[in-house]
Design a protein around this ligand. Structure first.
Ligand SMILES: *Cc1c(COP(=O)(O)O)cnc(C)c1O
Length: 375
């Protein structure tokens, strides 16, 4: 089966894990600190805070930036549900924004302008499929409306400029992301005080951690703010350090494979479009977001591809249509997001894929579409 995404894991990760086990110190130590500094440097930031998921990181960022009850947060509906849930965690409300277009399925500036109101405190951008939103335009938007600017950078690890747009950004190292620690995430923040608060909040709001107390030979700590247990451990951080070293090579491989896909699809499935055509913006190419022609029975295509050994998925069912959110706000309509999501199909893309695999995927897709062509 050709999977939509697959991690690259091997001997180097096993060795790194064995080394941590030999030290007998398994959480919040040298590996976590080294991983934070290495990841920050790779994205061009001074420092970072490792957490146990991107979702946890988003929660901490909103809490550390002081977003709370009564506030609203602009979010794209075309995203993973965590992008909206994090607002609810802090007592705020997500306000769903449409995408710009089928070719640019990122949160739309013009729709965001329409959804501005007195309660809106922040906007969360999500770099769909790894393609970065327009930094200057959003920076200007946030400044004009005095909003906090946050990136859900789950798809964008290794993309040049990701994580440096505004006030804070969070990356994901979940198993299907461009680099993985199995579970894990990383927070960047422009203001070092915000990053310090994130670090304190990830460990119960305590003023020192176990390692610091050991080093300082003191048993005492205070709790000066509400916190959670969102720490990353040494084992995952050690794997993260190994993965991070390969990330530029893997992202370059993804870029090459996307170019091969674009040619093969143009050739075999000319009615299928791939967003960000003729677009030179930075991207980590997290997945291959094809869009099927209107009127195609997508689930029949997915079944037929599955029978040919090709897994496909959909990115994403719009968040505002998920029961939890739809029941609260049944009247919301985001026409571009809904139309795009009904025709979108994600094809396999990961560094282990070969050109021949892309031939197989695109040939199977052409056949599946042909089967639905009027006779
Ligand atoms: C994967 C993902 C997340 C959640 O990441 P976790 O590390 O699993 O919490 C959040 N937002 C987007 C857009 C994602 O793709």
């Amino acid at each position: 089966m050709l999977l939509v995404g697959e991690p690259v894991l091997g001997e180097a990760e096993k060795l790194a894990l064995a080394k941590v086990i030999d030290t007998n110190w398994v959480t919040m130590g040298e590996q976590v600190r080294a991983f934070e500094l290495a990841f920050a440097a790779a994205q061009g930031a001074a420092d970072a805070a490792a957490v146990n998921s991107c979702t946890a990181g988003l929660h901490l960022v909103l809490a550390a930036l002081g977003i709370g009850p009564g506030d609203e947060v602009l979010v794209p509906s075309l995203s993973f549900v965590a992008t909206a849930n994090c607002a609810v965690y802090v007592g705020a409300a997500p306000v769903f924004v449409d995408i710009a277009s089928f070719d640019e399925p990122l949160i739309a500036l013009h729709d965001a302008e329409l959804k501005i109101g007195p309660r809106v405190k922040a906007v969360i951008l999500m770099h769909y499929a790894g393609f970065l939103a327009d930094r200057e335009a959003w920076h200007d938007f946030a400044e004009r409306h005095r909003l906090l600017l946050i990136e859900d950078a789950a798809h964008a690890a290794g993309a040049e400029g990701a994580g440096l747009f505004g006030d804070a950004a969070v990356f994901s190292f979940y198993g299907n992301k461009n680099m993985t620690t199995a579970e894990g995430g990383m927070v960047l923040a422009r203001d070092p005080d915000v990053l310090d608060r994130v670090k304190q909040m990830r460990s119960h709001g305590m003023t020192s951690n176990a390692r610091q107390r050991l080093d300082a030979r003191t048993a005492s700590y205070d709790v000066t703010m509400l916190g959670w247990n969102y720490r990353l451990d040494e084992l995952r951080a050690a794997v993260g350090l190994v993965q991070l070293a390969s990330l530029p090579r893997w992202n370059e491989r993804r870029r090459e494979l996307v170019a091969v896909y674009r040619d093969a699809l143009a050739d075999r499935c000319p009615a299928v479009s791939v967003p960000f055509a003729n677009d030179s913006r930075a991207s980590a190419h997290h997945f291959l977001p094809a869009v099927l022609p209107a009127g195609i029975d997508r689930s029949a295509v997915m079944t037929q591809l599955r029978d040919r050994g090709v897994q496909t998925t959909v990115h994403y069912p719009p968040i505002h249509l998920l029961s939890l959110y739809r029941e609260q706000n049944p009247a919301i309509s985001l026409p571009q997001t809904e139309a795009f999501a009904s025709r979108q199909l994600t094809l396999p893309l990961h560094p282990k894929l070969e050109h021949g695999d892309i031939e197989q995927v695109t040939a199977a897709l052409a056949e599946a579409l042909d089967a639905q062509a009027p006779k």
